[in-house]
Write a protein that binds this ligand. Structure first.
Ligand code: C2E
Ligand code: CA
Ligand code: CA
Length: 740
């Protein structure tokens, strides 16, 4: 209703403003007095207001009605810089972005439909202290083009504006994707947890953050970014279906709320499907883009009882997933709580180490298995920290990738490796790992060219090892970097093939000279029923068809060597030939004319065991013992610390964090026992194992322990343990956890 009328008021205002413009001449055919009455009616009826400034931008006129409303006299306001009277509003979520009013006035720009705030002098309550006006105004100039000041109109939109803002605040949907928004998700989570607490139900929370979304946004533009987010939302909905509620928190962050879900096996599978699905290529305006995603998972009441606690836990798990390499999921554990600060400390120390030149390179040979001749050495970073001892590049490279440190480290590795390789026979190549972050930075080609130039290494002797994670963001840009590098003449190897984003699409573009089959396919490939040999055969065949060399990584046992050789791998890298050795050792070996390495290792692969040496608990009958966990696999464990435990004993292993594993002693020596688990553990998504279910804080609460998220170690069982003081059946030995 009022819009048309307001428009006419505005037109009126600008016409009247024009009337003030000397060059524009007189005010049309209308009689001046009549016009003055109409305008004054407009003012007094509160339909519109007028304002004007002088050439210095100071307020020189404001309708009486407006002054009355604000509770100011003309003397109080006139003469003040108008940008002090009309101030910018706090940008509310959902409000359109506009340039600062002060900026426009200084620039003498036209003011159109600009919403500003005006502070009233005598407010009856705090709420009406601020009025919102929609401003229009024109800069006036004289015939010579000199700025004379503004003439303009204003409409008070306070009530409408406040309403709109309230609507925006109360809105439950994310406009772009149609998913639940942050507000709704927060309310839903709080309500769900409160309700579930009473009925002792569980609820999982997944936090998602897209990897490299910013890159797509920056290189392909915001509309493309928006389109991508919509497609991500669709994929998420189609995976989660009715199992839970998907929402967008803002930016590239999504959340999934999964009621009645505490099976970490099922959750891991779901997270894995999400990671796989979101990392498939997207079509956006005829261009292809690839992103990845990281997922953090926390489960109420185990990891948090309140919405806040659970959200923080899921967030921490998300950071951990992102830190590990992206494209993965991670469950919350109490250890993660201080991981963030630890990583910050590591970053500091790493920076110092780089400054002091404490990083060095070690070289691991890549060997032709048909004749055991060394063809190449891969340069691997080594850092010996004074406090912590040797720190693995798998731990510090991700930290370096958080900032520009990776560029310095990468450049140093390139230069050092090229100059070291100059000391080797000409037939031997050198391979250098390149982080995806480093690869996509402008200037990477230059870094490589300089390293070659300074060292004098022929380009074809340098191989750059790149992982699939470079294929995210704008693929056109990535393509350009590849072409630049090819022009330089260096060789390119696709590292860790088969992990992470796993798409064969980028093999076909012919960028790579070599594929490195990831260790995870090689290790244990000789075990019965393993499908990995078939995968290795397929990768080798594919590589051959596309004219690429293959390398089998992480070969440790003799039977693995035999298998990968039989399956046609061109090169083998692994402990079966040699771990990484120093440049001195390389030169020493080469000086003796030894270009050959004799393989040696265990005859057969042994089921993967993680050596952990940590204190855990063991429950037998009504006794709780402390034991040391020596080895952990999916199906069993080896423990130390008890004597006199017969084979066949049923026990419960307490792995901490509420993880109780029903087990049987299957073999026993003097002070060490092998346990077999009743149900196997599941993979935690980052190389470790965990139980599918945990002891519920609800059941602990029933036993009189206050309801709280699970703590580390065996804490919740401490009470139970105190209460049970009958004589133990086994001898508890003194425990010491070896340092390593
Ligand atoms: P990668 O590129 O997959 O390197 C191979 C890793 O597997 C090395 O671990 C190597 O020591 C290990 N390895 C080789 N053979 C065997 C085996 O038979 N059994 C087992 N268990 N392991 C084996 P390392 O040196 O800890 O490096 C870990 C990762 O750190 C590398 O994985 C690479 O991604 C990264 N990295 C190392 N140096 C650099 C570097 O200069 N720049 C960048 N960006 N990343 C690097
Ligand atoms: Ca590598
Ligand atoms: Ca590798």
């Amino acid at each position: 209703m009022p819009l048309g009328f307001l428009k006419s008021v505005r037109d009126q205002a600008s016409r009247s403003a024009n009337a003030g413009k000397p060059a524009a001449g007189s005010g049309g055919g209308q009689a001046l007095p009549e016009r003055a009455t109409v305008l004054s009616d407009v003012e007094t009826l509160g339909i519109g207001m007028f304002w004007a400034t002088d050439a210095q931008g100071r307020l020189s006129f404001l309708s009486q009605r407006a002054l009355d409303d604000l509770g100011f006299t003309a003397e109080e306001l006139f003469g003040k810089p108008v940008s002090q009277v009309f101030t910018d509003i706090d940008p509310e979520p959902g409000a359109p972005q506009q340039r600062a009013i002060g900026f426009k006035i200084k620039a003498h720009s036209r003011i159109e439909e600009h919403v500003i705030a005006v502070t009233a002098a005598k407010a009856r309550s705090a709420e009406c202290a601020t009025r919102w006006w929609r401003l229009n105004g024109r800069p006036m100039t004289d015939a010579a083009g000199n700025f004379l000041g503004y003439r303009g109109s204003a409409v008070d939109i306070t009530s409408q504006y406040a309403h709109e803002m309230q609507v925006a605040r109360q809105s439950q949907v994310d406009e772009l994707t149609g998913l639940a928004n942050r507000r709704k998700l927060g309310e839903r989570l709080t309500a769900t947890l409160a309700a579930f607490r009473a009925s002792q139900r569980s609820c999982a929370l997944m936090m998602l953050d897209l990897d490299r979304f910013k890159h797509v946004n920056d290189t392909m533009g915001h509309p493309a970014g928006d389109e991508l987010l919509k497609q991500v939302a669709e994929r998420l909905k189609s995976i989660v279906k009715d199992a839970g509620e998907v929402g967008r928190l803002g930016g590239d962050e999504f959340q999934v709320l999964l009621p009645d879900m505490d099976d970490r096996g099922t959750l891991g599978e779901l997270a894995n499907r999400i990671v796989q699905s979101l990392s498939q290529p997207y079509q956006i305006n005829g261009r292809r883009a690839i992103i990845g995603t990281s997922v953090g998972i926390a489960i109420a009441p185990y990891d948090g009882v309140t919405a806040d606690e659970l959200t923080r836990a899921a967030d921490m798990a998300l950071y951990a997933a992102k830190d590990s390499r992206g494209g993965t999921f991670c469950f919350f554990t109490t250890e993660l709580r201080d991981a963030a600060s630890k990583s910050a400390q590591l970053g500091e120390r790493l920076r110092d180490a780089v400054d002091r030149g404490e990083l060095s390179l070690a070289y691991q040979p890549l060997v032709d298995p048909s004749n055991n001749e060394v063809r190449c050495f891969e340069a691997l970073l080594r850092w010996h920290d004074g406090e912590e001892g040797a720190i693995s590049p798998a731990d510090f490279i991700p930290v370096a990738e958080n900032d520009d440190l990776i560029l310095r480290i990468g450049e140093m590795a390139l230069r050092q490796a090229c100059s070291d390789a100059m000391q080797w026979p000409e037939t031997i190549h050198v391979a250098v790992n390149v982080s995806a972050k480093q690869f996509v930075r402008p200037g990477f080609r230059k870094t490589v060219a300089t390293a070659l130039e300074v060292s004098g290494l022929p380009p074809q002797r340098l191989e750059l090892e790149i992982t699939e994670s470079v294929f995210v963001g704008d693929l056109e840009t990535v393509d350009l970097v590849f072409r630049d590098l090819k022009k330089l003449g260096v060789r390119l190897a696709l590292d860790d093939f088969g992990t992470g984003y796993s798409s064969l699409a980028y093999l076909k573009n012919g960028h790579f000279d070599k594929i490195k089959i990831d260790q995870s396919f090689v290790r244990g490939c000789t075990e019965n029923g393993d499908i990995n040999p078939a995968i290795i055969t397929a990768i080798v065949a594919l590589a051959k068809a596309l004219g690429m060399e293959t390398v089998a990584e992480g070969v440790e046992a003799m039977d693995e060597l035999e298998l990968v050789r039989d399956r046609g791998a061109d090169l083998v890298q692994g402990y079966v030939y040699s771990p990484a050795i120093s440049q001195e050792q390389v030169q020493g070996a080469l000086a003796e004319g030894r270009m050959k390495v004799t393989p040696s290792g265990p005859p057969r692969h042994r089921a993967e065991r993680i050596s952990i040496f940590r204190k855990v608990g063991l429950i037998h009958e009504d006794h709780y013992y402390d034991v040391i966990l020596r080895n952990l696999s999916k199906t069993g464990a080896r423990i130390n610390g008890l004597a006199g435990v017969p084979v066949g004993t049923d026990v419960v292993l307490d792995l901490g964090h509420g993880q109780l594993v029903v087990s049987k002693v299957v073999n026993a020596s003097e002070n060490s026992q092998g346990l077999k688990f009743e149900t196997p553990l599941i993979s935690d998504g980052s190389g470790g194992f965990m139980t599918r279910h945990r002891i519920s804080p609800y059941s602990l609460a029933e036993a009189g322990i206050p309801l709280a998220a699970l703590g580390a170690g065996a804490f919740p069982l401490a009470k139970w343990r105190e209460a049970n003081k009958s004589s133990p059946k086994f001898v508890q030995l003194e425990l010491s956890v070896p340092n390593h």
